[in-house]
Ligand binder design. Structure first.
Ligand SMILES: [Zn+2]
Length: 237
């Protein structure tokens, strides 16, 4: 039973270090190819919202969500209890939008307490991005958020949203970005937004600069389970 395996590998709370089984292969070569700079677009009034008629935006593309020096980023295939990936990187590394879309939820304050351990605050500083591809990208435990990480903001893939930290239930662990993939449900549905489809294979592709979309897997999950209204509505992985 997978749950047992996961529990054996990762015993601490959410976001403990990847267990012994998941490590060596997962040392990454940094996010070098996580594509170019955050498209320095907006210069206020100069950006007409409707100018797109002639130039159609490129198809939604994914980029690796952490930018850090080569060899300093690592993540494993396993995650405790449910599908997600903890991407370990030096504290303060840039967290960027994994896809183009709209910010739908943000937690700007770390209100988590170990005593209450409320699922809704475990993420500490966090964001939910409703991707143009129909995937919700949830990133948590950030040390800080940029001005672009505010509800309603439209972001491009690769746009900086904050920095890697250890807020929420990651307090006391090595800095990392928790990434969850889920359908665009919610808001407030922490049991779904924290992740229902494993990001590992996608992250591996994005890191190499290869396009691989989680949209189909997420859509299939939604077809099967809808938008669960309680934690009990999310099946065991
Ligand atoms: Zn995690």
């Amino acid at each position: 039973m997978p749950a047992l395996l996961a529990a054996a590998v990762l015993v601490v709370g959410c976001d403990s270090t990847p267990g012994p089984s998941g490590e060596p292969e997962d040392v990454v070569r940094g996010a070098a190819n996580a594509s170019a700079a955050p498209a320095a677009t907006s210069s206020g009034a100069a950006a007409p919202a409707t100018a797109g008629a002639a130039t159609r935006p490129p198809a939604p593309a994914n980029v690796f969500p952490v930018r850090a020096p080569s060899g300093t980023v690592r993540y494993g295939r396993a995650h405790h209890d449910y599908p997600a990936t903890d991407i370990f990187a030096p504290c303060g590394s840039a967290v960027v939008a994994p896809a183009a879309g709209r910010i739908v939820e943000v937690a700007t304050k770390d209100t988590w307490s170990s005593a209450a351990d409320d699922g809704g605050t475990r993420g500490g500083l966090s964001f939910s991005l409703a991707g143009a591809d129909g995937v919700r990208y949830y990133g948590s435990h950030l040390a800080a958020l940029t001005a672009a990480a505010r509800p309603g903001a439209t972001v491009t893939a690769g746009q900086p949203l904050g920095t890697v930290g250890r807020t929420g239930s990651a307090r006391g662990t090595p800095c990392h970005l928790h990434l969850g993939l889920s359908p665009i449900c919610g808001p407030g549905d922490w049991w779904t937004r924290r992740g229902v489809v494993p990001p590992y294979a996608y992250l591996k592709a994005w890191q190499k600069g290869t396009q691989r979309s989680p949209a189909a897997a997420v859509a299939a999950w939604k077809t099967a389970h809808g938008c669960p209204r309680t934690p009990a509505g999310v099946p065991d992985p």
